[in-house]
Design a protein around this ligand. Structure first.
Ligand code: CUA
Length: 362
């Protein structure tokens, strides 16, 4: 992710980059040529045909053959030049919209404001995408909230990522290295921060990376480690009979609706947990004091999601610690792909089913 020195164009690191750049160069050259031609002629004619005395020039013969030929020429040539743009562009568009059948599958979930990526083999990553070089990669993408757009300039490709729908985008990386991922659709206050890095690796390195990833354990296990490491368990009970009193017990809380100090209610979902970790004073559960410090800066987005995942794994829908704290709430638990904007009910159990749901829906 090291800062590169200024460059006019991003790296051309995919199989399609060359033709996109070629078309772009053609369009720039055609536009530049005609802009220049017109600008020069405007000045030249203005001087040449300026009024010198009071004489009135002879009227132009509208029906002269010469004028007709001129008109045809200056219509047909630009038409031909723009049809080249059309045909060239369409050909690239069709290539980009048809992923090769044997492409490697990677799942991408956009979420305000991060990219969650899941490899078929089970490896997960946040705002990072590790892929092998010279393989066709097909991204199947969806959003948990609003419209995002997965854009890798170095691959010259981007596609909208929509809630309630799958979109695809494919590329074949041809150059090792690290490349930017951007969100190319304004999606809220932190749109500009919705960025990431693609790591194009050699096949052996990629396999090594995959293998090392799975050794870390599931997202929830890693979240639990962070939870313990940060001392969250000193206040928050995280097992059935451990109710410390000072802070809400987290067992069975995910997906329920809780009463807040200010009299309102809120649903315990990913966003709420995330908010409570970063801005604990924002929504305090009724009956508790404002004593929790912020963990902003202590957790990366990646770590945050792991902790959220861990808390989600504490139930109630997880089966493990069932029937613990009564949560008399509606809990609309559907892993839905047709959520409108806003908080998707993440009441699904741990990490696995979401993957399953995703693959299942395809
Ligand atoms: Cu996501 Cu802009």
């Amino acid at each position: 992710m090291g800062e590169k020195s200024f460059q006019l164009f991003p790296d051309a690191a995919s199989s399609i980059a060359g033709s996109v750049d070629g078309l772009y160069a053609y369009m720039v050259l055609v536009s530049a040529f005609f802009s220049l031609l017109i600008a020069v002629l405007v000045v030249y004619f203005a001087i040449k045909y300026r009024r010198k005395d009071d004489s009135v020039p002879a009227p132009v013969d509208e029906h002269s053959i010469g004028g007709m030929i001129l008109e045809i020429v200056w219509s047909v040539i630009p038409l031909g030049l723009s049809l080249v743009m059309f045909a060239w562009g369409a050909s690239i568009f069709f290539t980009e919209s048809k992923p090769p059948a044997d492409a490697m599958e990677v799942f991408v979930t956009g979420k305000q404001w991060m990219w969650k990526i899941q490899h078929n083999e089970g490896a997960r990553e946040i705002n990072e995408l590790h892929i092998p070089i010279n393989r066709d990669i097909r991204l199947t993408m969806t959003s948990e909230d609003v419209i995002h757009d997965f854009y890798v300039p170095a691959f010259r490709t981007k596609a909208d990522v929509l809630p309630g729908r799958y979109t695809t985008e494919w590329f074949r990386p041809t150059q090792l290295g690290e490349y930017h991922i951007f969100c190319a659709e304004y999606c809220g206050t932190k749109h500009s921060g919705m960025i990431g890095t693609v790591y194009v690796m050699s096949e052996p390195d990629y396999n090594k990376w995959l293998a090392s990833g799975s050794g870390e354990g599931s997202m929830a296990e890693q979240g639990q480690a962070l939870f313990n490491q940060l001392g969250c368990g000193n206040c928050h009970g995280s097992s059935i009979n451990k109710n410390l009193g000072r802070c809400p017990n987290l067992v069975g809380i995910f997906g329920t609706t809780v009463d807040l100090k200010d009299g309102s209610r809120t649903r315990v979902d990913e966003s709420y947990i995330r908010e409570s970790i970063l801005y604990p004073q924002a929504k305090i559960v009724a009956g508790y004091d404002d004593i929790m410090p912020t963990f902003k800066g202590l957790l990366t987005e990646d770590g945050l999601l792991k902790v959220v995942e861990y808390i989600r794994s504490l139930g109630p829908k997880n089966g493990a610690p069932a029937s613990v704290p009564p949560s008399p709430t509606e809990t609309t638990a559907t892993e839905s792909t047709t959520q409108p904007m806003g908080n998707a009910p993440q009441a699904g159990p741990g990490t696995q089913p979401r993957t399953g749901a995703k693959t299942g829906n395809r």
